[in-house]
Design a protein around this ligand. Structure first.
Ligand code: LLP
Length: 430
């Protein structure tokens, strides 16, 4: 693999020198290639346009939710899905058109639902009976008819990590299909004058490499609606399209997933004599994951002869918890010399006080020295989004790069930010 470099042999990201970015903004630094994000968003849309079917591509904001990414999504005219009041607030403050928002989540509060309705969120994806009741009351009070989808727990297990698999029957998400809860929810929703029930939603999991789960899911949603004697306007099959982190991952092009879903729903529409439903997908990881990388500065190392070498960098589980949480694998390259020959195998560790604080379990790298810039690749999804202040480390800055230009879209946290909500304890003085 040859990485793009400039005349200094430094890694470039969409035309910008990665080492200069590190010098300008400091490390750890989350960097996004916005050209690649746009390309992926457009590629998703093109698949449906080519097949001439009605569709909605909705960016799952949980993968990376900042004002800037919602603004890019809005520029690309795609929808977005939010899963909390905080994500909703971010999208609203970004100026994202709220009619293009959907709202997922298994325990949305009254306040969150009210905020969504008041701000004109296009679609609420109702997860449970309490939400049906709360949302109906809110819509009535606000004197609107709310567009909704029902989230179904489809009972399909996708082959992925247990913690990110959501479609199996034993799941906290959605109305259970097998035990008749989904049918009951449908009857409530379709007869409620405060709702316009547009369709069904089911998400089977994340980082999936195989189309069969998506085919089964699409077929199941269509068959379920048909069984209920109902023609849905929308079938939403969620997100979950796998991406490449290392050579172990062999993702399909996004077109294969979408084509498989389109194919199934075309067949079902003919079979049931339906008008083609709108097909909704909610990709998160596949849109922002490959476009993001995190730059770190190399610091100390520890060589344990015959066992392992640890190379420590200035970030870690606070900016990317995925290796610690899911045993996730990544690749790292030396940004100041990405195409140099590998000379040693190391484990890239962070600076957090925890043994599991690893960024890359095993990587072949050229010889490194303190001050070198290391880039961990494909960190764009669920990296910054899951960042924490563990050990009171400030969260990194985020920079967007596009066609040779760069801009900070999230400032680096300072120590001052870290204590900004802390209060001095005074009761003990008495
Ligand atoms: N739609 C729904 C309803 C979801 O629950 C999810 C992800 C998505 C869409 C987007 O899935 P994606 O296309 O990004 O795979 N933190 C974990 C991933 C959790 C995914 C949760 N739901 C990780 O870092 O792997």
């Amino acid at each position: 693999m040859m990485y793009p470099v400039n005349e200094k042999q430094h890694l470039t990201i969409d035309g910008v020198d990665a080492v200069e970015l590190a010098q300008t903004y400091g490390t750890p630094l989350a960097v996004y290639d916005v050209s690649l994000i746009r390309k992926t968003m457009r590629a998703f849309k093109r698949i449906f346009e080519k097949e001439n079917v009605p569709y909605v591509v909705s960016y799952a904001g949980k993968a990376f939710a900042t004002k800037a990414i919602y603004q890019v999504a809005a520029q690309e005219n795609i929808h977005a899905d939010v899963v909390s009041g905080g994500e909703l607030y971010t999208a609203i403050k970004a100026g994202f058109p709220t009619t293009y928002l959907s709202f997922n989540g298994n325990n949305k509060s009254y306040e969150e639902l009210l905020m969504a309705v008041k701000n004109g969120v296009g679609t609420i994806i109702v997860d449970n009976f309490l939400e049906l009741q709360l949302l109906s009351e809110i819509a009535a009070e606000q004197n609107i008819v709310q567009d909704i989808l029902l989230r179904i727990s489809p009972g399909i297990s996708a082959h992925t990590h247990e913690f990110i698999s959501t479609g199996q029957q034993d799941s906290k998400f959605g109305f259970d299909l097998q035990t008749g809860q989904a049918k009951r929810a449908y009857e409530i929703a379709i007869n409620d004058v405060n709702f316009h029930l547009r369709g069904l939603h089911a998400h089977i999991g994340s980082q999936i490499f195989d189309v069969t789960g998506f085919e089964k899911n699409a077929a199941l949603l269509a068959d379920t609606a048909y069984l209920w004697g109902w023609q849905p306007e929308v079938i939403n099959t969620g997100g979950g399209f796998g991406i490449r982190y290392t050579d172990e991952d062999q993702p399909l092009p996004e077109s294969e997933f979408a084509d498989a879903i389109i194919h199934v729903l075309k067949e079902k529409s003919v079979q049931y004599n339906w008008q083609m439903p709108e097909i909704w997908i909610e990709p998160g990881r596949s849109i922002v994951g490959p476009a993001g990388q995190t730059l770190y500065t190399v610091g100390s190392r520890k060589d344990i002869p015959g066992i392992r070498s640890y190379l420590a960098v200035d970030g870690g589980m606070g900016d990317n918890i995925r290796p610690a949480l899911y045993q996730a694998n990544y690749e790292a390259i030396l940004a100041n010399q990405p195409n140099a020959n590998a000379e040693e195998v190391v484990r890239v560790a962070g600076k957090y006080c925890e043994s599991g604080d690893v960024l890359v379990w095993q990587e072949s790298l050229p010889a490194t020295k303190p001050g070198d810039i290391l880039s961990v690749l494909a960190t764009g999804a669920y990296g910054y989004a899951m960042a924490s202040n563990y050990n009171r480390n400030p969260r990194p800055a985020v920079v967007f790069v596009e066609n040779g230009q760069h801009q900070v879209v999230v400032e680096r946290e300072t120590f001052e930010h870290l204590i900004s909500l802390d209060q001095d304890y005074t009761l003990g003085d008495k």
